[in-house]
Design a protein. Structure first.
Length: 389
């Protein structure tokens, strides 16, 4: 009954109240609003988790990818060095094309084990670059080959990577959800005058969304950051945050929102030279987006043809088309795979199923390692269960 008296007839106030209540319950803090403006330092925050920092996550397998390269008997040492360099530089798309060309030769030579090793390598590398859909395709192909040859160690390694893939998927969904919640908390803190906390949270939200490549969400956070600086009458910082939001929207194809931000900046008195400069950047980023869309569409067509001819047993033609698909994807920007992402709530809901898949795959991997007497590998696989949450 006491709570009922606090509920307003206004839906806006109720929404703010709900966010405030959740913040109070989950943060364990009931501090009063701090309304004093502060001087903001650029390094006023430390992002809590770096997905690519091996010291913070056992899911970093860069050394494992390097070890996997040694399992593939390259006929040309220079080619192996090129692939190793590309993978270490994060150039997955370029290295994929070269590896698929080698895989096509392996098929012609009837060397399925080499094909399986290449698919496993591509799967591991794709997980590291957050291209999880592609990773699953490669790993399932590697698994089919391992099961065909009854190679328990290869199958166990592949099951382990499939488990890792679904752990990674859950981890990304969880980070997206936490960033989404923290953005609303930051907006509430701004409303309540808790400016120091709001700035820290906004910086963390931006950093988090960029690290998991949710560029639209990062752009929204930059817009809120621009509003934050406007409250301190810091026109330069406000414009800088707004321009970054415009760039991110343009690079993800949301040109209308990008142009709307630029128009607002012009109305606020942004210098004509700066307007021309940011307009040029927006146009270039949107053109890049359109190119990415075209190349991805072409790659999908090639992939459909690959599956058609592969099912008919015309492997030579099928693999030529698969390589063409890879070449098309290599012409896209680093952001092309992340232009259109599902709503954060949908991602988080679907990630509940990935936890079950992760457990199933890790169980299969652990059991096969035990069958082969690889008890240390079985134990390390079981240690990965703690990452499923």
């Amino acid at each position: 009954m006491e709570l009922k008296r606090l509920i307003s007839d206004s839906p806006v106030v109720n929404a703010i109240f709900a966010v405030a209540l959740s913040y109070y319950l989950f943060s364990g803090s009931s501090s009063e609003p701090d309304s004093a403006p502060i001087e903001i330092a650029p390094d006023a925050y430390l992002y809590n988790v770096d997905l690519n920092d091996p010291s913070q996550s056992i899911l970093n397998y860069s050394s494992d990818v390097s070890a996997e390269l040694t399992q593939i008997k390259f006929e040309n040492q220079a080619v192996e060095e090129d692939i190793r360099r590309l993978l270490s530089d994060g150039e997955l798309k370029k290295s994929t094309t070269i590896l698929l060309e080698i895989a096509a030769i392996a098929i012609q030579q009837g060397d399925k084990k080499k094909l399986g090793n290449i698919m496993l390598l591509l799967g591991k590398a794709a997980i590291n670059e957050q291209e999880l859909d592609s990773a699953e395709v490669y790993l399932l192909e590697a698994l089919d080959i391992a099961l065909e040859f009854k190679d328990n160690i290869a199958a166990a390694n592949t099951y382990q990577q499939l488990g890792r893939l679904h752990i990674r998927s859950r981890e990304l969904a969880r980070n997206a959800a936490e960033a989404y919640e923290k953005l609303w908390i930051a907006r509430y803190q701004m409303y309540m005058g808790q400016y120091r906390e709001a700035k820290v949270n906004l910086d963390q939200v931006i950093e988090s969304n960029l690290s998991i490549r949710r560029y639209g969400a990062a752009a929204s956070a930059y817009e809120t950051l621009s509003e934050f600086h406007q409250r301190f009458h810091d026109a330069y910082m406000a414009q800088d945050a707004a321009m970054e939001a415009a760039r991110l929207y343009a690079s993800s194809g949301q040109i209308t929102r990008s142009q709307g931000i630029l128009e607002s900046l012009k109305n606020e008195g942004l210098d004509n030279l700066q307007v021309a400069s940011i307009q040029g950047e927006i146009d270039e980023l949107f053109a890049q987006h359109l190119n990415d869309v075209a190349q991805n569409a072409r790659a999908r067509d090639y992939q459909m043809l690959y599956r058609h001819y592969n099912a008919r047993g015309d492997y030579e033609r099928a693999w030529k088309l698969r390589i063409l698909a890879s070449k098309s994807l290599a012409k896209t920007s680093g952001r092309s795979m992340f232009h259109r992402q599902a709503d954060v709530l949908a991602i988080l809901y679907n990630s509940n199923f990935t936890m079950n898949k992760a457990r199933t795959y890790l169980d299969q991997a652990s059991n096969l390692f035990s069958v082969e007497g690889e008890y240390e590998l079985s134990s390390s696989t079981q240690d990965m269960y703690s990452l499923i949450y």
